[in-house]
Design a protein around this ligand. Structure first.
Ligand code: TPP
Ligand code: MG
Length: 671
């Protein structure tokens, strides 16, 4: 012990520890080990370093703290409660209960002060990297000589498990490359994971690994007790102006528990009533009553409120002076933060002439550029495929150390790219987009899921959307991806059918702010459909619309998405020539269509027309919903093949002859 027992600091640390084990015990579920070991880190960081205001968790210039090891959430909840956030003792006592503000892992939409939803290990580390990037972008855009409006740090507490995850490696490698010096990781190095000691599976030298990433590395040997060493390490990290920092803090999982400390048993189940008593005793805790907070500890913690209010007031003072001098910038700032779009933001969206051809990826790239010129908060990048995804903001420059560039070169790091995009969105002030091949959406799916869970308005641009991409073959050809993403709650998938729909898709992506949007785009050229004659690309906003009408009441409906829309139109001509009145419905977005009134849906898909054929070069699973019992599905229930795109599509049945044949079969006619 470095100081006399029961200094106010020690009392506060043990207050966190005892509250955490009591809450886990009461819930009869949860993770006591991390809070017991990491309480000193949490305490020193929050009490002496973190710049935050418990009375305004949304203060834009606050420091960000991400508990990447989300299972240790009682640590965070205790810090939030004790420092004065809107999280009561009753909330702590309702840990892990239905609709409580203290869910089993931190959820940013449930609890004030929780910056990111964590639990899937490694994600929080990538989120923190994204937050630090956002800070740099906004600092470059809004600070002016003599006016510092954006100047905050990002901290993440990471565990052994976090650092084993690939996403953390990707994100930290990128953070080192980008020299994100305002980013600090506190590594809870307790050498135990869920199943047992680290010696079972993890023997790398984390310090040397991070040094090679370009991080500043410091060690704290007595992380259970040595508050001053933690404090010193944080001071040094904050002075480091060139590199992100990682503090490798040796701790004991379940510190204080006589029978479980240092063992995996302390990780994920309550200590047990007797062991709670023993632990409190071992900690020198004198109060038998559970959930006891010594008044002097509470008073000490609550100084965070005065400090925070003062800090924010000083910032607001600076902000007002800046806003007076730069009213235009201030307007931009407010819009960006509120997620609003500037007036006329979509005025330059391109229109494409019928009769020409364009791949939806390149049309979308033009739309992106038209929007980026008018929406300064739009910021993003790609995973070493910008030339293919067509997502470069022209003239936007590369994002590097000075923070002025708008194009992030993520390198071949799709998973980190997803997690970083979420971090950019969590931070606020930025509208992020990221791009790669559709097949590699699998490499970012866990982050996409978290974006959906958290209603983050991230735009995922996925090109090379089907076997139609051709020669790269089945490893690169998505099959099940559309349906897999449609199965994700609160995910919006848009697969436009031509260049005009692609531009409209970008418009709708910007307007959709309650969750992520995936733009699924073709590699190959597609004919630009004559929208004036046949319908309106703006119908995309309704998810599905009648693109081509039957001559007379339709007897057959062809429903298609993406590159298959042109195929449906061509098949319709043949069917009409044979006297079969055929309607073509373009259905670029299921989710938008689901949101329409039943009347509109019946108008597009009249129940009397039971002969319906869905055409999509992907898994058929789920199309039954729109085609019904009398309908058919032309999809793909196998992997693709390496061949020129047209050949692959043709051979796999996406040709006019086959569509006509399948359609006639539905009508009970022979081809
Ligand atoms: C992606 C992912 N895989 C697995 C888990 C399940 N899990 C939760 S914590 C944990 C490991 C715990 O070890 P560590 O990260 O060192 O945390 P500590 O026990 O030291 O608090 C595992 C495997 C998870 N939450 N996320
Ligand atoms: Mg551990």
């Amino acid at each position: 012990m470095s100081t006399v027992r029961r200094s106010i600091d020690e009392l506060c640390v043990d207050t966190i520890r005892t509250l955490a084990i009591d809450a886990v015990q009461k819930a009869d579920s949860g993770h006591p080990g991390l809070p017991l070991g990491a309480a000193p880190m949490g305490y020193v960081l929050w009490q002496r370093h973190l710049s935050h205001n418990p009375t305004d968790p949304r203060w834009p210039d606050r420091d960000r703290f991400v508990l990447s090891a989300g299972h240790g959430c009682m640590l965070l909840y205790c810090l939030l409660h004790l420092t004065g956030y809107d999280l009561t003792m009753e909330d702590l006592k309702s840990f892990r209960q239905w609709e409580s503000k203290t869910p089993g892992h931190p959820e940013s939409f449930m609890t004030p002060g929780v910056e990111a939803t964590t639990g899937p290990l490694g994600q929080g580390a990538a989120n923190a990297v994204g937050m630090a990037m956002a800070e740099r972008v906004l600092a470059a855009r809004f600070n002016r000589p003599g006016h510092t409006i954006v100047d905050h740090r990002t901290f993440a507490l990471v565990s052994d498990g976090d650092l084993m995850e690939g996403i953390a490696s990707e994100a930290c490698s990128l953070a080192g490359h980008l020299r994100l010096s305002k980013l600090t990781f506190l590594y809870d190095a307790n050498e135990v994971t869920l199943d047992g000691p680290l010696s079972m599976h993890f023997s790398e030298d984390v310090g040397r690994r991070f040094e090679s990433y370009g991080w500043h590395v410091r060690h704290v040997e007595q992380g259970d007790t040595d508050l001053e060493a933690i404090d010193d390490a944080l001071v040094v990290a904050e002075a480091e102006a060139e590199k992100p920092s990682i503090l490798i803090v040796r701790t004991t999982l379940g510190y204080g528990s006589p029978n479980k400390a240092g063992k995996a048993e302390a990780h994920g189940s309550p200590l047990g009533a007797d062991e709670v008593v023993r632990t409190k005793k071992a900690l020198g805790w004198e109060h038998e009553e559970p959930f006891f907070v010594p008044p002097e500890a509470l008073e000490h913690f609550r100084q965070a409120v005065t400090r925070g209010v003062e800090r924010q007031a000083a910032w607001e003072h600076r902000f007002e002076a800046w806003a007076r001098e730069f009213p235009e910038l201030a307007r931009e700032w407010r819009q960006g933060l509120a997620g609003e779009l500037p007036e006329g933001w979509d005025a330059d969206l391109p229109r494409f002439e019928a009769g020409t051809k364009d791949a939806t990826r390149s049309a979308a790239g033009k739309a992106l550029n038209a929007i980026a010129a008018r929406v300064p908060s739009l910021f993003g990048g790609d995973a070493d495929l910008a030339g293919s995804t067509k997502t470069t903001i022209k003239g936007g420059g590369s994002f590097t150390t000075d923070g002025t560039g708008r194009n992030v070169h993520f390198g071949v790091r799709e998973h980190a790219m997803g997690g970083v995009a979420n971090g950019l969105a969590y931070h606020g002030g930025i509208r992020p987009f990221v791009a790669t091949f559709f097949c590699f959406s699998d490499y970012m799916r866990p982050s996409v899921r978290l974006a959906a869970l958290n209603s983050l308005p991230v735009i995922f641009v996925w090109t090379h959307d089907s076997v139609g991409l051709g020669e790269d073959g089945p490893t690169h050809q998505p099959v099940e991806h559309l349906m897999a993403l449609r199965a994700m709650p609160n995910m919006t998938v848009i697969r436009p059918g031509d260049a005009n729909e692609a531009a409209e898709a970008w418009r709708q992506a910007l307007l959709h702010r309650t969750g992520p949007v995936g733009l699924v785009l073709s590699r190959q050229n597609l004919p630009v459909i004559d929208q004036d004659e046949l319908g309106k690309a703006s119908g995309l906003a309704r998810g599905a619309y009648v693109l081509a009408e039957g001559s007379g009441d339709p007897r057959l409906i062809l429903i298609a998405t993406g590159s298959e829309v042109a195929l449906a139109l061509a098949a319709r001509e043949r069917l009409e020539a044979e006297g079969i009145a055929t309607r073509v419905v373009s259905m670029p977005c299921w989710e938008f269509f689901e949101r329409q009134s039943a009347a509109y849906r019946r108008e597009v898909l009249p129940p009397v027309v039971t002969a319906r054929l869905a055409i999509e070069a992907g898994s058929p699973l789920g199309w039954e919903r729109w085609v019904g019992d009398g309908g058919g599905i032309l999809g793909l229930d196998r992997y693709g093949a390496s061949a020129p795109g047209e050949v692959a599509l043709e051979k796999l049945g996406f040709n006019v002859g086959n569509v006509v044949e399948r359609a006639k079969a539905l009508l009970g006619r022979k081809a």
